[in-house]
Design a protein around this ligand. Structure first.
Ligand SMILES: C[S@@+](CC[C@H](N)C(=O)[O-])C[C@H]1O[C@@H](n2cnc3c(N)ncnc32)[C@H](O)[C@@H]1O
Length: 395
């Protein structure tokens, strides 16, 4: 019997908080769909023709679209609404988290003292937080991933957990199996049915959203999550404890990890590398190669490289670079994933890229066909498909 209360159950807004969060969620949806559609129309009917008239060709890069559209009023409305809605996401959950913080900290404390679920949490108060995390509030989230203001603080993990639900427009945690880890683990089980990883590592695990689902497909596997942010790791560990998931969490920089060579069968990440500098990305990938067992696999989910989508979509995606405190976003996307992996020591033969549908949204037959390479992979879509890159280390 597990006595640890689920820290997620404190996602428990008052009437007014829920009303505010619902408003922000719907505002975001309106911006990302209706206003974004208006902006696309403005681009097609006004911005692009002006560019073509001046240059005799269409914009070829995201940066050219960005510069051409910069003074367009529909763009300016979209961009400022999007920026403000992003700030409102975190603000809409702040009071709720502040109110429940003492109880959350006590739950996380209890979890780390008992570890009755077989998991563990190792924090390193002396860890040097990399500049690309420490010097800015990524995603405009005040305090970023790692700020701590009281002993045993979990606030940043809680803000990410609660704010994530508002951001995605789902005010309750989803009951269906969907998302990156659910999709990748399902894909692995279809595409590589013999592959049964015993040890799985996630780099940049935050609060475990895309680590825990591996247990559903690989119940015997030992899960490890590393992150630089103590408040997120405490939150993740408390969640695992309540769910009886024996995951091990460790506060480390993924550029230099303390695990022995050839430790892991599977190394995964999601939404991680675009927040790192390109040099740091290469160091993490080299660490992945070192830590993978021969025959082991790494699978990383990321945004599509600039070369794979058109100029307008590049502009749309790269908005985050300037406006969402993600200054490495464009640099990451301008790389080819296979080049990144080969420069980290993998041979081109070991590397792969793939695109898979979200397992929660796709017809199971279609998902299976994509996994088996029997039909074309889906185009990139936000939350509807996942772009992957990875490698199978030669045995
Ligand atoms: C966008 S979040 C990842 C989200 C998470 N994978 C998920 O799917 O919910 C990026 C995470 O990477 C962590 N991080 C950034 N740089 C890191 C590094 N060098 N080593 C370990 N963790 C890092 C941040 O603290 C943050 O928790």
């Amino acid at each position: 019997m597990n006595a640890i209360r689920d820290i997620d159950s404190l996602v428990d807004p008052t009437h007014d908080e829920l009303a505010r969060q619902g408003f922000v969620s719907r505002l975001r949806k309106h911006i990302m769909k209706d206003v974004a559609d208006d902006m696309r129309t403005a681009y097609d009917t006004a911005v692009k023709p002006m560019f073509v008239a001046a240059k005799g060709r269409e914009p070829e890069t995201g940066d050219e679209v960005r510069d051409a559209i910069a003074d367009n009023m529909t763009y300016r409305v979209w961009s400022s609404l999007r920026y403000n809605a992003q700030e409102m996401v975190w603000e809409s959950v702040r009071e709720e988290v502040e109110r429940q913080l003492p109880e959350m900290i006590s739950i996380a404390d209890q979890a780390s003292q008992s570890n009755s679920h077989g998991g563990s949490l190792i924090l390193d108060p002396d860890l040097e937080i990399p500049d690309y995390v420490d010097t800015l509030d990524v995603h405009l989230m005040p305090g970023c991933w790692q700020d701590e203001h009281t002993a045993g603080d979990v606030a940043q993990g809680a803000i990410y957990a609660h704010g994530g639900l508002v951001f995605r427009g789902s005010l309750m945690p989803s009951k269906t199996r969907s998302g990156v880890a659910a999709s990748v683990s399902q894909w692995l089980s279809i595409r590589y049915p013999e592959f049964k990883p015993e040890k799985i590592l996630e780099t940049g695990c935050t609060i475990g959203n895309n680590l825990f689902p591996y247990k559903d497909i690989f119940p015997e596997a030992e899960l490890t999550g590393v992150d630089v942010a103590a408040p997120c790791l405490r939150y993740a560990h408390a969640r695992a404890a309540a769910r009886g998931i024996d995951a091990k969490f460790s506060q480390q920089n993924a550029e230099t990890l303390n695990f022995a060579d050839s430790t892991f069968d599977l190394i995964v990440s999601s939404f991680f590398f675009h927040e790192l500098s390109v040099e740091a990305t290469k160091r993490v990938l080299a660490e992945c190669r070192r830590m993978l067992k021969p025959g082991g696999m790494m699978v990383h989910m990321e945004l599509p490289p600039a070369s794979q989508v058109d100029a307008y979509y590049n502009f749309f995606l790269d908005w985050d670079n300037e406006h969402n405190n993600e200054p490495h976003y464009r640099d990451f996307r301008s790389q080819e994933c296979v080049d990144l992996m080969t420069s980290a020591g993998f041979s081109a033969d070991e590397c792969f890229t793939a695109s898979i549908p979200d397992v929660g949204g796709a017809d199971p037959g279609y998902f299976r066909q994509v996994a088996l390479g029997e039909t074309s992979p889906p185009k990139h879509g936000i939350y509807t498909s996942w772009g992957l890159f990875g490698a199978i280390k030669a045995a």
